[in-house]
Design a protein around this ligand. Structure first.
Ligand code: PMP
Length: 365
């Protein structure tokens, strides 16, 4: 429905060009086991809730700090950066949008993996950025050498997710560095939405690489998908460009509740460690259980796994799971049509999924 755009003189030409992102289902009933949009199965720290409650009682009639200084400082301190090396947005989706606007509109192609976060292509449509898809290898890994330009033509930059989405496969840091060296005059954006679940963050490379922008979110490892906070880290000249774009769009992307909750999330490291370790440990168990059921599972460094069954259709499995009250994600896209992306839930969620899968596979056999 979203892809057929009516012809009307009211719309500017950009509207008919848009191919909007279709988000995963957010069900209206809460009885489902929801393993389809990579949320954290654990709630945020109680300190986050207390901080939001306090902020709600104080000053909501006033605009928030447009620079979100307290949260920038908290994030900078956590990552060993200065506050002016951190940029904040309303979810990392918004941070990405500003980055695409600020860095990739050069009139030449932006390089990205053929299988990656599908919002990247949407931003290219929004900002009229040509795209060049670089295929993942047979094993669904990123091949850095394929990002070199040997014919002298220009690129607008490079964007990757590490760990990749929806595969969950991570790229070692030396390979990220190779990518940074291939295009020193362009921004290499590394989207690390899932890095806290076992990946290697490129943030320590920022001092060395003026072209590196790393994007993070509080939606996954900090359990705050509902609060909408994302951030980018990079050298000051990159952050300045993002600020210029932001202040040309919305000077107050983060409200007072988000700033207060975000700061509290970074103050409770014990909660962060405990919950992310619980997710990683459930992942290990789930991979074994899926393999027992005959699935081939890609190695995951994220809070989800990407799995296919050699004998059963992925769409049929997803549909049958849904009928049993379990939501997983299926993408009707080339190369990955036979895969399911399953978010890591609590041990009880994972058990419910495995049980449901067992009966679905038996019924399909
Ligand atoms: N990057 C990747 C790779 C993602 O999977 C997601 C979540 N769908 C995002 C960014 C956006 O996350 P958020 O806007 O919640 O920060």
């Amino acid at each position: 429905k979203q892809n057929s755009c009516p012809e009307t003189s009211f719309y500017s030409p950009v509207v008919s060009r848009l191919v909007p992102y279709v988000p995963g289902e957010q069900p209206k009933i809460d009885k489902l086991v929801k393993l389809n949009t990579n949320e954290n199965p654990y709630p945020p720290s109680p300190r986050v809730i207390a901080a939001i409650q306090l902020a709600a009682q104080q000053g909501l009639q006033l605009y928030p700090d447009p620079e979100s200084t307290a949260l920038r400082q908290a994030i900078a301190a956590h990552h060993g950066l200065a506050a002016h090396q951190v940029f904040l947005g309303n979810g990392s989706d918004e941070v990405l949008a500003h980055a695409f606007c600020a860095f990739f509109q050069h009139g030449c192609p932006l390089l990205m993996p053929d299988i990656s976060y599908s919002f990247y292509k949407v931003y290219c449509g929004l900002f009229n950025i040509p795209v060049e898809m670089v295929p993942l290898t047979e094993a669904m890994c990123l091949d850095v050498s394929a990002y070199a330009r040997t014919d002298g033509t220009s690129v607008a930059g490079v964007v990757i997710a590490n760990p990749n989405a929806p595969t969950g496969v991570g790229l070692p840091l030396q390979q990220v560095e190779r990518l940074l060296r291939l295009h020193p005059q362009r921004v290499v954006l590394v989207d690390e939405a899932y890095v806290d679940f076992g990946g290697d963050s490129a943030i320590p490379l920022i001092a060395q690489y003026p072209n590196l922008l790393v994007v993070h979110t509080l939606s996954k490892s900090r359990s705050l998908a509902g609060l909408r906070v994302g951030f980018a880290c990079g050298q000051a000249h990159l952050i300045d460009a993002l600020e210029r774009v932001k202040n040309s769009f919305n000077s107050y992307p983060l409200d007072r509740l988000a700033i207060a909750g975000g700061v509290a999330a970074f103050e409770d490291q014990a909660w962060f460690e405990q919950t992310r370790r619980a997710v990683m440990s459930s992942r290990e168990g789930l991979v074994l259980a899926l393999e027992d059921l005959g699935f081939k599972v890609l190695p995951s460094q994220a809070n989800f796994v990407f799995a296919r069954h050699p004998h059963h259709d992925a769409a049929a499995i997803a549909g049958a799971l849904r009928a049993r009250g379990v939501l997983v994600r299926h993408f009707k896209l080339p190369r990955i049509e036979q895969y399911l992306r399953i978010s890591i839930g609590t041990p009880a969620h994972c058990d419910a999924l495995v049980q449901a899968l067992g009966s679905v596979l038996a019924a399909l056999a």
